[in-house]
Design a protein around this ligand. Structure first.
Ligand SMILES: C=C(O[C@@H]1C=C(C(=O)O)C=C[C@H]1O)C(=O)O
Length: 379
C-alpha cells in the first residue's frame, strides 16, 4: 500500500469510527426511552411485547430506508436486534402483578432450571415464591399452607406419581398447575388429586431464553378456568403467547416436535462420535447450514442427558414416530443404493409440493439465520 492509500484509508476509517460512536450514543438514547416505555407499561400492566407497534414501526422504517437508498432489510435486522434488547431491559423493571390477592406460590422442583426461571418471573411480578424440593417434604404442610398456586416442575418420569402421592391435600381454592412437556397424563393426575382449579402448561422454550417475549406457552385447560385466568394474563404480560390445545393434540405434536427431533439430533451426535469425526476440521470446511446444524446438535450435548432422556422416553407413542422415521430413512437409502436418481428426484418433488408455501417461507427465514451464523464467524 502506498502512503496516499494508507492516509486515505485512515481518514475514512476515522470517519466510520465517528459514525459508530454516534451510533452508541443513539443506542443509549434509545435504551433510555425504552426503559421509560417499560416503566409506563409496568404501571399500566401492559405486556412488554407489542407486536402491532413493532409491525407498524418496521413498516415505516423500511419505507424511510428505501427512500434513502438504505436496504430495508438492514434497518429491519437492526431494529429487531434492538427490540430483543428492549425486552431484556424492560424485564429488569419488573412486571405488573395481575393477582395481588393470591397467597404465595409454591414451586415443586424449584431448584430445576425452568422452575428457577418461573420463580424469577413470579418474583419480578411481586409474588411471594416458596420452593419445595426433595429434602423439604417433611415441612410440606407448612409450605403449602395458604398457597394460591402450586406449580409442579419436576422431571416427567416422576411428575404423575408426585402429584398422586403428595398433592392431594392442597387448599381447595389453590390452583394446581404443571410445566411438564407432556400434558395428557399430568393433567389427568392433577384433576384426580385436587378438586380445585387445575391447568396444564407447557413452556415451549428452555431456561436459557433471556426473556419470555414472543415465546410460546401451551395451555391445556383442566378445571375452573376463571380462577386461573389471571395466570394466563400474567404470562402474557411477561411477553409470551398463549396457545390453547387439547392434551392429546399437544402430546401428539410433541412426538414430532420434541421426541423425534431430539432423538435424531442425538443420533446425529452419536454418529459423529462413532465415525470419530474431527469437529475442528469439519468446522473449517463447514458451510453456514452445516455450522447451524452442528450447533443445533452440539447444544444438545451441553445440556442434561436426563432431561433429554425424559423428553424422549415420555410417551410410548414416540417410538412409533421414530420407527417411521427409520423406515423412511431406509427406503430413501435404498434409492441411493440402487442408484435410482430419478426416483429420488420424484420423491423430492412430491415432498416439496406437500410443503407448499411453507417451503419458500422457511427458505426466507433460514436465510436470515444462516447469515447471522456467518456474521458470528471470527478470524
Ligand atoms: C418500546 C416498546 O416495547 C417493545 C420494544 C419496542 C422497541 O424496542 O422499539 C417496540 C415494541 C415493543 O415490543 C414499545 O412498546 O414501544
Amino acid at each position: 500500500m502506498n502512503e496516499r492509500t494508507t492516509a486515505e484509508l485512515e481518514n475514512l476509517r476515522g470517519l466510520i469510527d465517528g459514525v459508530d460512536q454516534q451510533l452508541i450514543h443513539l443506542l443509549r438514547k434509545r435504551l433510555d426511552l425504552v426503559a421509560q416505555v417499560g416503566a409506563v407499561k409496568h404501571g399500566a400492566g401492559l405486556p412488554i411485547y407489542a407486536p402491532q407497534r413493532e409491525a407498524a414501526m418496521l413498516a415505516k422504517r423500511r419505507e424511510e430506508a428505501k427512500k434513502m437508498d438504505v436496504s430495508p432489510q438492514l434497518i429491519e435486522d437492526i431494529l429487531r436486534r434492538l427490540m430483543r434488547e428492549s425486552y431484556l431491559n424492560e424485564k429488569d423493571i419488573g412486571f405488573k402483578q395481575v393477582n395481588p390477592d393470591l397467597g404465595h406460590v409454591v414451586i415443586v422442583g424449584g431448584s430445576g432450571k425452568l422452575g428457577g426461571l418461573f420463580s424469577q418471573m413470579l418474583v419480578l411480578s411481586g409474588y411471594q415464591v416458596k420452593v419445595i424440593d426433595k429434602d423439604d417434604w417433611a415441612r410440606a404442610d407448612e409450605i403449602f399452607d395458604g398457597a394460591g398456586l402450586v406449580l409442579v416442575t419436576v422431571p416427567i418420569g416422576i411428575t404423575c406419581d408426585l402429584i398422586k402421592d403428595k398433592l392431594t391435600t392442597l387448599p381447595q381454592s389453590c390452583i394446581l398447575a404443571d410445566l411438564t412437556s407432556i400434558k395428557g397424563e399430568p393433567v389427568e393426575a392433577m384433576l384426580a388429586a385436587h378438586s380445585g382449579p387445575v391447568v396444564g402448561l407447557h413452556p415451549m422454550f428452555g431456561p436459557d431464553v433471556g426473556s419470555l417475549a414472543k415465546q410460546v406457552v401451551v395451555v391445556c385447560h383442566g378445571r375452573q378456568s376463571a380462577e386461573y385466568q389471571w395466570l394466563l394474563e400474567q404470562i402474557q404480560i411477561w411477553g409470551a403467547r398463549i396457545v390453547e390445545a387439547e392434551p392429546e393434540r399437544h402430546d401428539k405434536a410433541m412426538q414430532l416436535v420434541q421426541a423425534m427431533r431430539h432423538f435424531s439430533s442425538f443420533v446425529y451426535g452419536l454418529n459423529l462420535y462413532k465415525e470419530e469425526a474431527d469437529i475442528e476440521s469439519l468446522l473449517q470446511f463447514s458451510s453456514p447450514i452445516y455450522r447451524l446444524e452442528l450447533a443445533m446438535v452440539g447444544r444438545l450435548f451441553a445440556q442434561s442427558p436426563e432431561l433429554y432422556a425424559d423428553i424422549i422416553f415420555a410417551q410410548k407413542e414416540s417410538m412409533q414416530a421414530i420407527g417411521d422415521y427409520l423406515d423412511n430413512y431406509s427406503q430413501a437409502l435404498s434409492l441411493l443404493q440402487v442408484g435410482d436418481r430419478d426416483a429420488f428426484v420424484e420423491q423430492f418433488k412430491e415432498v416439496a409440493q406437500w410443503f407448499g408455501d411453507f417451503a419458500p417461507q422457511f427458505q426466507r427465514e433460514s436465510r436470515a439465520m444462516l447469515q447471522s451464523v456467518n456474521d458470528m464467524k471470527t478470524g
